[in-house]
Design a protein around this ligand. Structure first.
Ligand code: M6R
Length: 366
C-alpha cells in the first residue's frame, strides 16, 4: 500500500506531480487561455457581482489560502482576506451576498471551518469549498465544490493536499481574472503554459532527495529553526516550519523575511539554522539581503534558490537549487524541498512520521 516507500508521507510527497496533473486536468485550454470550473449557472453569474473574498481554513490549508490571496488579488483584482477558522468564527462577521467565502479543507470535516462556513452562508454569502474528500460535510454544504483530486492522504502531515489546493486556487484566480477581464487571454496562456510545466519541474526537486537528506543528517539535532520567505513564499516559510514541528518535534518558526529585524533577528547565533527562500523574482534582492543579515550574526543559512544563482551560492552555507519558474509558481518547488527536509529529520530521529504524537488527521472537535 506504500508502493515501496517507507512511509505514507514519503509516498505522498512523491505523488505530487501526478496529483497536480489530476487536479488541473480538464480545467484549461492552452489555445484560448480560458479556465473552466464546473459551477452552477447562478453561481457563475453571481461571481461577477462579488466585491470581496474571504478564505478560511486551518493549519496547512490556511497556508494554501495565504498563497491564494496573492493569486486572486493579482489576477482578478478582488480584495481577499485570509483567516484561521477558529478566529474568524468568533468575530463579529461582516458578510452578505456580495461576499465570496472560500473554505479550504483536505478532509472536509474540520469543525471550525465547517462552522464558519455555515455562519456566512446564513448571512447570504456565496460559498465555495476546496476539498479533497469527496462527499465530505464541507463539500456537501457549500454552493459549489472544487475537488483537489490528490487521492487519499494518509500521512497526518499534509503534503499533496497543499500543493493541489494551491493549484486549484491558482486556476480559480485565473478564472475570476478572465471573467472580470483583469487578465488578458495572452497573459493567461503564458501562465497556463508555465503551470502545465510544473509537474516535470517538481520531479526535478524530488530528485534532490539525497542532497536534502544529507542536510537533515547535519541539522536534525538543532533545537530550533527559522524559516524566512517573502511575498508568495512567505506562506511557504510558515508551512515549512509547521511540517518540521509536527513530525520531527523540532521547534521552528516561519516568518515573513522583512519582519526579521522587528524581533526574531535577536535569536540568531551560530547554533540556529535558518531556511531562507530566495528564489528569483520581485523580492529577490530584499531576501538576498536577509541572507547577509543572518550571516553577519553567524547564523547558518540554508537558502532555497533558483538554479544557477551564483550570488547566493557564495554567501549561504548550503543551497538547494530549484528550477527556474515564474515567482508565482515557485511555491510548488520550494514547499516540496521543505517537505522532504522535514520528512528526513523525523525519519532520522526515529519518529513516527505518519502518526505524530498528539495529532489527528481530521480535527472534528472545536
Ligand atoms: O482537513 P483540513 O485541511 O481542514 O485540515 C486542516 C489542518 O488540521 C491540517 O492542515 C493540519 O494542520 C495538518 N496536520 C498539517 O500538516
Amino acid at each position: 500500500e506504500k508502493a515501496g516507500y517507507r512511509h505514507f508521507m514519503q509516498k505522498e510527497i512523491n505523488e505530487q506531480p501526478r496529483a497536480l496533473i489530476d487536479t488541473i486536468r480538464g480545467k484549461y485550454s492552452l489555445e484560448s487561455g480560458d479556465v473552466f470550473f464546473d459551477l452552477s449557472k447562478d453561481l457563475k453569474e453571481s461571481l461577477k457581482d462579488i466585491t470581496r473574498i474571504v478564505i478560511v481554513a486551518c493549519g496547512t490549508s490556511w497556508h494554501a489560502g495565504l498563497v491564494g490571496k496573492f493569486y486572486i488579488e493579482k489576477f482578478a483584482r478582488i480584495p481577499v482576506e485570509v483567516d484561521i477558522a477558529s478566529e474568524y468564527r468568533y468575530r463579529d462577521l461582516i458578510a452578505d451576498e456580495k461576499l465570496l467565502f472560500i473554505a479550504i479543507s483536505q478532509s472536509g470535516e474540520t469543525a471550525d471551518t465547517l462552522s464558519a462556513m455555515r455562519m456566512v452562508k446564513k448571512m447570504g454569502a456565496k460559498v465555495i469549498s476546496i476539498c479533497n474528500v469527496v462527499g465530505s460535510s464541507i463539500a456537501r454544504e457549500s454552493h459549489s465544490v472544487i475537488y483537489t483530486h490528490a487521492g487519499p492522504e494518509i500521512g497526518v502531515a499534509s503534503t499533496k493536499a497543499f500543493t493541489t489546493q494551491v493549484a486549484s486556487l491558482f486556476l480559480f484566480a485565473m478564472y475570476l481574472g478572465r471573467q472580470r477581464e483583469t487578465m488578458s487571454a495572452g497573459e493567461s496562456r503564458e501562465f497556463l503554459k508555465e503551470l502545465v510545466g510544473i509537474p516535470d519541474k517538481l520531479e526535478h526537486v524530488l530528485r534532490l532527495d539525497g542532497e536534502i537528506e544529507d542536510l537533515a543528517k547535519k541539522y536534525k539535532d538543532a533545537s530550533d529553526f527559522l524559516y524566512l520567505g517573502r511575498n508568495v513564499n512567505y506562506p511557504i516559510a510558515l508551512e515549512g516550519a509547521l511540517k518540521l514541528k509536527e513530525i520531527s518535534y523540532i521547534h521552528a518558526e516561519g516568518y515573513p523575511a522583512g519582519e526579521m529585524k522587528h524581533g526574531p533577528i535577536a535569536l540568531i547565533d551560530s547554533e540556529l539554522p535558518v531556511f531562507v527562500i530566495a528564489v528569483k523574482g520581485s523580492v529577490y534582492d530584499k531576501t538576498a539581503s536577509n541572507v547577509e543579515e543572518v550571516k553577519a550574526r553567524d547564523g547558518i543559512v540554508i537558502a532555497i534558490v533558483t538554479e544557477g544563482d551564483t550570488e547566493l551560492a557564495g554567501k549561504a552555507d548550503h543551497i538547494i537549487e530549484v528550477p527556474d519558474v515564474p515567482e508565482e509558481l515557485s511555491v510548488f518547488l520550494t514547499v516540496t524541498a521543505t517537505q522532504i527536509f522535514a520528512y528526513h529529520c523525523a525519519n532520522l530521529l526515529g519518529l513516527d512520521v505518519d502518526q505524530p504524537r498528539n495529532l489527528a488527521k481530521s480535527v472534528t472537535v472545536e
